[in-house]
Design a protein around this ligand. Sequence first.
Ligand SMILES: *Cc1c(COP(=O)(O)O)cnc(C)c1O
Length: 424
Amino acid sequence: MTTFKNTLAYAQQLDAADGLRAYRSLFNFPQHHGRDVIYFTGNSLGLQLKRSRDYVNEVMDDWAQLGVEGHFKADKPWWDYHERFANPLGKLMGALPSEVSVMNTLTVNLHLLLASFYQPTAQRFKIICEEKAFPSDQYMLQTQVEWHGLDPKEAIIEVKRREGSALIDEADILQAIAEAGDSLALVLWGGVNYYSGQVFDMARIAQAAHAVGAYAGFDLAHAAGNITLNLHDWDVDFAAWCSYKYMNAGPGNVSGYFIHEKHHASNLPRLAGWWGQIKNRRFLMEPEFSPEPGALGWQISNQSILALAPYLASVELFDEVGMDRIIEKRNHITAYLEYILLDIAEQTGAHFEIITPTDQKERACQLSVYLHGQGRELFNYLMEQGVVPDWREPNVIRLAPAPLYCSYEDMYQFGQILKAVLVK
Ligand SMILES: *Cc1c(COP(=O)(O)O)cnc(C)c1O
């Protein structure tokens, strides 16, 4: 491991050498007594990119000046505004431009994707997911199964953590898939677990699912803008993600989705709307649905352009910076945060247990920390001191040092604030 130091001068030296340093000033930070907060919740709601306001204003101005004609006459016409995402978002997801697009919100898209990819039969009806998946995913799966007249207790197989571990062993996933065999319709997994920060090998999971004839879909809420993705080459069938976590597109904003090329010409059932109609016939208002080729054929409604605008600003920034540089800093700053936490624990005798994997291949931009003997008061104290972590019952804080805007000095200052309360 690198020989880090827990000093201000050292942290500032790391900032000076940080190739992404300049990007911090592109973001708006909430203020605490006149200073930027130490923001650890980019995994929940990313900070506002200043230029996203210009993108929104552009749409507002076009609407003011053009009215309905903005659909075709705006500089960025609204009728195919979403197609501007295909190239940069495709790169980010490791997908062909034709395999990705944006619409709706994450859980809605998962429901729509399951309309295509979950068609249970008497023989093949089971779904494998992770134990304690994000609640929305649990409700989504339960109600999908019930909607098909099946019992979630029979149809949903949760792969559990091993006794005493906060992580899921990949061997257990592969074993559950093999055991379910030809009763398995679908594996629906998170690319990065929201609670522990564990990163999963999606290619292996997809391969195992395909080996028994099932589909593999992924919820990439905590993966988009955080890890390297190669959805096409990994042979993932479908995926969806939100834009407001690491992608900084604003509260509750639009979701992205991926549908592998191999399914584009298949006759999978789908729930359609006019925005999925083939482009050159969309406005002929014909009764027959002929989908646009590719992921675009799954579009439903005309797009919320005001919502897409800040997402486009963000996707273009990610494209400009490139995931490789983001990941390089992500690994380094997360390691520095880990070092600070362990050093402060040693200095104060506090007992923190980092449940996120220590292996960099199995984690990304998040450390989830059990605060043994410390409760919500510690969290409240941190908030009062201008630190914004995330709290999960019973006593876990999640810290995500988003590499585009967090500094090494933030990590150092956080350590000092933590130390001050622990030695009291
Ligand atoms: C944040 C998150 C969601 C949120 O879903 P929305 O439909 O955007 O509210 C869903 N799944 C996971 C795994 C998440 O982390």
